[in-house]
Design a protein around this ligand. Sequence first.
Ligand code: GDP
Length: 327
Amino acid sequence: HAAPLTDADRALVDGVLARRLRPLAKTITLIESQREDHKARARQVLEALLPHTGGAMRVGISGVPGVGKSTFIEALGLYLIGQGMRVAVLAVDPSSSLTGGSILGDKTRMELLSQNPAAFIRPSPSAGSLGGVAEKTRETMLVCEAAGFDVIIVETVGVGQSETAVAGMTDIFCLLQLPNAGDDLQAIKKGIMELADLIVVNKADIDPMAATRAQAQMKTALHMLRPASPNWTVPVLTLSALQKQGIADFWKEVAGYRAALVKSGEFDAKRRHQALAWMWDLIDAGLRSRFRGHPRVKDELPSLARAVEAGATTPAAAAQRLLGHLG
Ligand code: GDP
């Protein structure tokens, strides 16, 4: 069904599989492009890479600005590289397209990691909607897997639904928290704690007692939530990213999580479910854009919208009429 790859795209695929960084970066640029011809090429390149994906541990990291995500990811990345692994760090930051600057884009703080040849750091694509950013990050993740990275870290900051998007593309979603009371309640209110497979109280070096208190509070809070997995009890760890303390324990928990879910079959089931959910996301987005681009919809939408606002027609009747144009 797919046309054969052009020589240029075959070279990209071969370069990625040979774990070379330039073809990797070029492929990601192709994926992030808004041009229709680039999108078509990107789809073909991804199809060719797909059989070589799936081998990495996909780790989502979230937390408010200032909690220590960069510091933690640098410490974790260097630790994993020390264990012989290769690490890719990606980001989902839909705010970058709104503000022009990215909250997560400034990676100068991951200085050591970014200079390490076993690491690959890519800032968030600035492609408009959260859906667009998330889709491109998912595809970039697959390309990094084909390029043999052992761990893919996907970082996000707590804006809107970005945590849900990252939890939906990773194997384990980790929430970084500050060691002060009330912080945990914020996360519960926003429904983020429910997404977490692992909770980390960072900056435990500042006030170890406060960190232990926060840890106990969060454990209590977790008891009030319905567990996401029957095979896993969400642990709450305290650590210091700055002093690189607790990093090995963190990774031990990640490995334990993976082992528990692999054993029960939930690990593969989760990935299958994520792939299907991704397909439906793309179908929804495709239908929406086809609908909005349809000439008759474009013609009639403004007047029908006014009629709905004025109470001259029902929302249901207007929706029915517009959807009818899709045939
Ligand atoms: P991000 O916005 O979540 O990426 O947070 P950063 O990693 O940039 O950290 C914000 C600030 O907190 C920086 O000044 C870090 O040096 C500091 N920080 C991060 N982790 C720790 C920690 O474990 N202990 C202490 N004392 N400071 C930390």
